[in-house]
Design a protein around this ligand. Structure first.
Ligand code: GCU
Length: 590
């Protein structure tokens, strides 16, 4: 294969170059769940370069063969076999000060050694997440692309991988674009790169792609299994501790069985997990799953038949030093800090967080809201934006379906009402319900300003109405909050999905002085006092646990951070708001 095409300058004149790299797509239908699968981690140093002008795609850097410069037949603008490296997983924004605000393409190159195994002829690359669009190349071939910065995807290497060394290259671009999800305007930091685990899975020709396990008083235990091939066969599901050994007939690669059983139900006070084994042919998969039932009755949420009040807090996946890279230790601290405030619930905002978050929440007994970044002014009329959002939602649901801690799928945040928005989000809400009827569907909606009440055409498609309101901060005083709640008579539960105030840690003064800790504390106390007194309010999740980076915030108090955290960005310094919330939660409904 020669280095460059016949006309060495062709790439200078082809502004349509991107079209060749936007399909095929890696989507939810090829996602393989991890469970406890053995895998080869590709963590480590990869050859890396930033590529602001997309020269790699224009000039096809993925076709460059390995050769010492002395043997190059033509000059090159990049050598993927030499030069700087970047750790995977990481965010390039966190590596060098001059890379902090870089938005564009980044090229990763790594040689992987392959030893064929007839027992496991399928080789799949699994990427936990890379922001935003990833393009994957193997041995000089473009395999396809993935859209979405927070969900996993899989690439089947089997047709192309060869024994011995293989050249894997991934181009990731984190540009903010109108048609993307999120679109180009959002209130968090746009970290780029491959920031979650990358693994190689070796699998039998027919293997389990995903499983869904849920329990309800009416149906008992329901097990669904999806295979990689549309074959007719049978699978097995074992829950030793319950004496359950199920044969799951598989037709066209899909199977489902239900069986009555009375398990020890998972709840925050008793987060009991069952070890569940799945088998199909040569494939084996194990998972630890809690069985519980979540439902709505009137304006109440019922967990295992008992009324539930959500004492919550929102949190971003953001770290002063690691950016979006999430560690188990950081996640456990998050839950400890929330627990210390008396929380039983976290809203993971505004995009899917690392998959270990829900696993740890299962273990420690914390309830979760997970959402996709349909945030503010999404390009609602654009069918490819809808396809992207719907796919991100499906990937999230497939990834975390078996996590008992997850009780909500959130399909959007603060999206202004319009016919296009309604159609877009109705599709998402109905898709989520179809993929997973066992969970509550919600969205963080806005107040109907005209009637000044909780009213939104979208809510008819939601199980629970989320409301973001900032009375006391963006809107002075609390009369408005009281009036809003008194004016409203929703037919389903309402969750305050955001409220709060900015305070710079250490900034003290009167409790009506903006950005002081005293002001934040007063606002949080008043918010809980007023909201929790309303019967249709099923919970509150103030904005938020930790201060986080945001390029929208530049007062001297903010300095590039959103400071609505009750703990500063060092994740140590508690503000007065922390204790105020803890005291409020101790006083409010059990
Ligand atoms: C909005 C938005 C958040 C944002 C917050 C704020 O409600 O959903 O993402 O950070 O307000 O203004 O601090």
């Amino acid at each position: 294969m020669t280095d460059t095409p016949k006309d060495p300058f062709h790439h200078l004149h082809n502004e349509g170059y991107l079209a060749a790299y936007n399909a095929p797509r890696f989507e939810a239908n090829t996602l393989v769940v991890m469970g406890d699968r053995p895998s080869t981690s590709l963590a480590g140093d990869w050859r890396f370069t930033l590529d602001l002008f997309d020269e790699g795609l224009r000039q096809k850097w993925f076709t460059l063969e390995q050769a010492p410069p002395g043997e190059w037949t033509h000059p090159r603008d990049y050598d993927p076999y030499a030069g700087p490296t970047l750790r995977v997983p990481s965010n390039w924004s966190m590596q060098k000060p001059e890379w902090l605000h870089f938005e564009g393409g980044g090229w990763y190159t790594r040689i992987i050694e392959h030893v064929p195994d007839p027992q496991q002829p399928v080789t799949v690359l699994r990427i936990g997440a890379a922001n935003y669009q990833s393009r994957v190349f193997l041995n000089g071939q473009f395999l396809g692309t993935h859209l979405g910065g927070s969900t996993p995807f899989c690439v089947d290497f089997s047709p192309l991988i060869q024994a011995g060394p293989n050249r894997l290259q991934i181009q990731v671009d984190n540009r903010r674009e109108l048609e993307r999800v999120p679109m180009r305007h959002f209130d968090w930091f746009n970290h780029g790169g491959i920031y979650r685990e990358v693994d190689l899975l070796r699998l039998p020709a027919v293997h389990i792609r995903s499983t869904q396990v849920d329990w309800s008083p009416a149906q008992g235990l329901r097990v669904r299994i999806h295979l990689s091939e549309p074959v007719d066969t049978q699978a097995h599901c074992h829950i030793e501790a319950l004496g359950i050994h199920l044969v799951v007939p598989i037709q066209g690669g899909e199977g489902e069985v239900s069986v009555a059983c009375t398990p020890r139900l998972w709840c925050p006070e008793d987060p009991h997990l069952y070890s569940v084994q799945f088998e199909c042919g040569h494939d084996r998969l194990q998972d630890r799953i809690g069985l519980r039932h979540i439902a709505v009755e009137g304006t109440q949420i019922l967990l295992n038949g008992k009324a539930l009040f959500l004492r919550g807090i929102c949190v971003h996946e953001d770290d002063l030093h690691l950016g979006k890279v999430s560690t188990e230790a950081d996640v456990r601290r998050r839950f400890e800090d929330a627990r210390a405030m008396g929380c039983n619930f976290l809203r993971l905002s505004h995009y899917p967080h690392h998959e270990h978050v829900a696993r740890i929440a299962d273990e420690v007994g914390m309830l979760l809201w997970e959402e996709i970044p349909v945030y503010w002014a999404i390009d609602f009329g654009n069918p490819s934006t809808l396809a992207d959002a719907r796919n991100q939602l499906h990937e999230l649901i497939l990834r975390d379906h078996n996590r008992a801690s997850v009780i909500f799928w959130g399909v959007g945040n603060e999206n202004e009402d319009s016919d296009a928005r309604l159609a877009f989000m109705r599709t998402l809400a109905q898709s989520a319900k179809a993929w997973d009827p066992s969970r509550l569907i919600s969205a963080a909606c806005l107040i109907n300003r005209e009637h000044f009440r909780i009213e939104d055409r979208l809510t008819q498609y939601l199980d629970v109405i989320g409301i973001n309101e900032y009375f006391g901060w963006y809107e002075p005083g609390f009369d408005g909050l009281q009036r809003l709640l008194d004016n409203s008579s929703p037919d389903r539960p309402v969750l305050i999905t955001e409220t709060g105030a900015d305070a710079k840690a250490g900034q003290h003064g009167r409790d009506d002085e903006l950005f002081t800790e005293e002001c934040q504390a007063r606002i949080l106390s008043e918010q809980v006092r007023i909201s929790a007194a309303k019967a249709f309010i099923c919970g509150i999740a103030p904005w938020l646990l930790y201060d986080f980076r945001s390029e929208r915030r530049h007062t001297l108090f903010n300095g590039g951070f959103n400071r609505k955290g009750v703990i500063a960005e060092d994740k140590r310094t508690r503000k007065l708001g922390f204790q105020a919330l803890a005291d409020s939660y101790r006083r409010c409904r059990p």
